[in-house]
Structures are given as C-alpha cells and as structure tokens.
Design a protein around this ligand. Sequence first.
Ligand code: CDP
Length: 636
Amino acid sequence: MLRIDPIVEPPDVRLSLPGSKSITNRALITGALANGKSELSGVLFSEDTLAMIDCLEKMGVEIISERDNSSVTVIGTGGSLKPPTETLWVNQSGTTARFCLPLAALVRSDVVIDGDEQIKGRPHKQLCETLEILGAEIEYLGAPYTFPLRINGKELKGGKVNLGGEVSSQFISALLLAAPCFPEELEINIDGELVSRPYVDMTAAVMRAFEANISHPSDQKYSISPTGYQSSEYSIEADASAASYFFAAAAVSGGKIVVEGLGSQSIQGDIRFLNILEEMGAQVIRSEDSLAVVGLDSLSGVDVSMAEISDTVPTLAAIAPFASSPVTIRDVTFISGKESDRIGALITELTNIGIRAETTETGLVVHPGAPQEGIIHTYDDHRIAMAFSILGLFTSGITLDSHRCVTKTFPNFFDVLDQVRAAGDARLRVLAIDGPAGSGKSTLAKYLARQLNLDYLDTGAMYRSVAAVALSEDLDLNDEGKVASIAESIDIQFEGDKVYVDNEDFSEVIRGPEVNAAVSQVAANPGVRSVMRRQQRAWARLRGGGVLEGRDIGSVVFPQARLKVYITATPEERARRRSLETGQTVEDITKEMLNRDTKDSTRDDSPLVADQAAVVIDTTGKTIEETSSYIEELFL
Ligand code: CDP
C-alpha cells in the first residue's frame, strides 16, 4: 500500500528522467551485433532492460555496466551470438521477449526462451510464423506460439515476408533489428495500416545510428541489407512515455515542469502526447534539449486517436476527470493485451473513485468530475500505478494497493514525484538535524521536539530496522535488489522510544553489535535510501513538519527545511557519551563509530556532509539545554 500525497503548491521544477526503455533495449541489440565496441550513455537500468542485458550476456555478449553513470560498454560480436547454456529468461519484458526471438535464431543452434507468467499470456504468433518461413525451426514446449519455446535458426535465411499491419509493431522491430545479420537481404511487406508506426521508425533510427542499411521506399515496405552493424557512441534520450506523467501533472497543476534530455527532434513517438495537452489548453515549450509544459487556467476535453502513442493512454485517462469536458480516446482496443487489460483497468479504477468512465467501440471516454478518495488496484501494471499517482497529486486520499511494479521501467519514479512536491514541502515546519555517529543528535532532537511541540523521527532507526530484518533473513547484503525489497515491504512504527517492525518489538535488536556492523552497508544501498526518503517525507507531510534526525535530512530529504543543523562533537566525547549509555568500552565504541562515519561519508548516494546552509554546532562541553535553546531561537 502506498498513500499518494497531494501537491499543495504548483511545481516549478526541471527534471532529469531515466533513459528511454525502448531505445535502450534497441541500442543494446545493435551494439551487441556490431563490429567493435559501443559506448551507450543515458541507459535505463530497470527490470526490462536488465532482462535484455541478461539474455544478451547468455548469448555470449560482453556488457560492462556503469549504473552510476547510466552508461554501458557493449563489446560487439559482429553478429556471432553464442549458444546459451541456460534458458533465456525474458522476465516480464515484452520487448525483450519479442526482440530475442530473431536474435536467438542468429545463434543457429537450440535456444530455449521462457519468461514470467504475464509474458506467457502474450502472443507471438505472427513473429514465430515469419521466423519459420525464414527457415527457423520452433518447437513449442507449452501452448503453440507462446513461451516456453525452443528455437533453432541454423537454416535461417533472408527473403520476402508479409506481415499484417495490425500486428504488434514489436514483431516488425524484432525482425528489423536482427535482419542486418541474416545471410541474405530481408524484405518486409506490410499489409494494411501499420499500428504504432512511430516505434518502427524509432527502431530504424537506432539501426541507422549503427550504420545498418535499411530502406523504406513506401509506407508498406522495409528492405534490410545483410551488412551487419558498426559500433557507435550512442546517447539515449530520456524516456518520453515516462515524461508523459510529469507533462500531465504540470498541465493540471497550473505550474511548470521542464524535462531535460528530451527535445523537439526526439525519435520517440510518445512526445506527441504534448500535442494533446496543447489541444487541451496547456502551454508547451519545445527546444532542442528540453521540453516543458506550463499549466494554464483550465483544461478542456479532447477527442483523440491514440493508436500511435498508446503507452500514454493511462496518463491521459488519469488526468481526464480534471478537464472541463469529456475526454474520448480512440483506436486503442489492442492495449487490453498489455501488462494488464488497460482499458478495463482504467474504467474500473476511475469508476471506483466516483468518475464516470465507459468503454467505447475502440477505446474509452472519461467524464469530468472530482475524484474521491479510494484504494486503486494497479494490476501490477507500472503504467496504471504511475498514472494514478498523478491523479493522486490532485486528489486527497488516493492509495495504490501495490507500487513496486514501477521498477519495470522507472525505478526512481516516486523520488521524481517528490520533486514535483518540492514547493509544498518547503512550507513544512521541518527541523533537520544531521551529524556523525554518536554526536548526541538523538537526545538533542527528542528534547527539541518536546520544546517545539513537534513530532520526532529517528531516521537512523529506520535504516537499522532494514539491516536487522536483512540479517535475520540471512540475506547477502551485497544483493542490493533483495535488501531494497525488504525496505519496501516492512512496516516500521514508532511508539515513544520503542520501534516495531511488522508489529514486533525491534527496539533492542536494532542497537545490537550485528546491526551496528551492518547498517552502514545497508544504508549505502540506493534502493533502500529511495524508499526511506519517500517514507520520511510522507511522515513529515502528514504532520505539517517535525524534527527529523539522521545523516542526509538537510542535504537530501528536506533540502528546503526551515532550519538545518549539523551536530558534531570530538570523537573522544562521542565515544565517552555512548559508553555511558551502553556500557561498552570507549576503545570498541570509537572503532565502531569511526568505521561507520567513514562508510557514511564516502558512499555515492547521499553521503554524510554538513549541508552548506546548515548551522554547524560542536556540542563538546555544552549542555543539552544550551544547545537546544540556541537552535529553538533560530527555528522560531
Ligand atoms: O545513533 P547513531 O548516530 O550512531 O546512528 P543512527 O542515527 O542510528 O544511524 C545508524 C546508521 O544509519 C548510520 O551510521 C548511517 O549509516 C545510517 N543512516 C543514514 O544513512 N541516513 C540517515 N538519515 C540516518 C541514518
């Protein structure tokens, strides 16, 4: 369950969003098939792209990831993929599933492909049939045309194939991407109008950047010469589908949101979502390297065909209630076969919060209204979760029943959403207290909270709780994903000095030597930090402010806190105080604290630093009353 906090002030922010999922998964393939070493920047690391990386690696491609830099180096194979020793596991990723089918045929010996339950329900019939026509042998290990299947492309050639325009554009993209490494030219003829053409155009644009020879003499025809690919230094745009949520938020809010890394020349069809917002009455500012939306007085309804930008249907449906007239979305029947039955999901969930929404012959219509509070079922579909989060910015009491699905394409979605709330957060009565281990922050913070009549939050106890659960489950602390999912799943509650995790009293165990030794590693995990930040901000919003104490409160969690204080004391003094509290020897404590301080100050994500605007107070030799009355005066 995740409560979505509404915004209380219109935003005015510049956002840097993750790289495009669609371009990342295409460029990984062109890089993997190229001659030579490719450098990709702006890479998205999410479940879907990690699935692609994993499948390529299993086919012998060397991929060096630098997640902190959002970049990867791909050592191209010149088209010679190796037989995997294990099943290719596409997880839940549609592009990985489809794109890997022709790639696996390039291996030219048996390759088994399988994936998650959700992907097993998605059909690949025309793609499989086309590969069979081109010479691949496919054996279906379950139901026909679905995963798991075994493919062998040793007889694969080129030739002419026909595909219906109504099939998934991913089938055409999949064939195009592998085609430069076929032994002969491939000609694809499309019968009828091609749906989602912008995605095929995007595929062609990425292929050309890696020097593929692809000709497109008419709307109905693509020819690809068997030239292979050449390596490239390729910069991936920010994800336009991900940006749609923030453009939509700006349009409703009356504020301004600028998205960087995405420009008017984008190869992503989804930037056309901006045209719809423009038609509804929002202002759109386009430049070469950024796109912005300014919300004006009000939004009117629209009647639009969204066949070509269907990933943004949930976004539009979620802001539709705030328009002054109905929003009609046409030509999107096929989105019922995405991660969820999206049309059904949108109508059910909008209806549940009191909005009139109905299916039409080819889509849906949403009527104006004021959404009521309620619990939104997300169907484990990232786009439903993100779209209703935007609705929740303008409606109090919206809760998502599950939200981890956003990691499929946008792992830091909720962090970015917090940036949209920054103007409102600046108005909270937040006192941020940071400092190194044992500096006396907790005692001081509790005292100050009483004096100022505010609630107190010990954020260190939150990191300690995650560490304690990770240790109790015997997890490898280096497995960042697993440890982060603990942060997401446990419920931490405070009652006076007691800390309860999933209703169990953890007050003692979180202060024990095992947790002391492990907590800094757990706290350096970016996934854990992202969840903790979100919970800490939500805690303060619910109370209109509070005294929060930790390591990054003034620098990262509440950079616009009303007052930031950085508390220090000499190491001897800190160890002496803690020894009095715990009975441990001063030597042991000094060692343990300095060890943690080093780890906390040198980590990449939110290192312990005195924020530039923080008041630094050395408490050595000072009484708590002295320090506290000084801070109270500054705060009030
Ligand atoms: O009480 P003490 O100052 O020794 O530590 P704490 O406040 O209980 O914090 C325990 C650990 O949690 C720290 O050493 C940090 O690794 C981590 N922490 C953090 O990274 N960020 C925070 N805001 C609070 C704690």
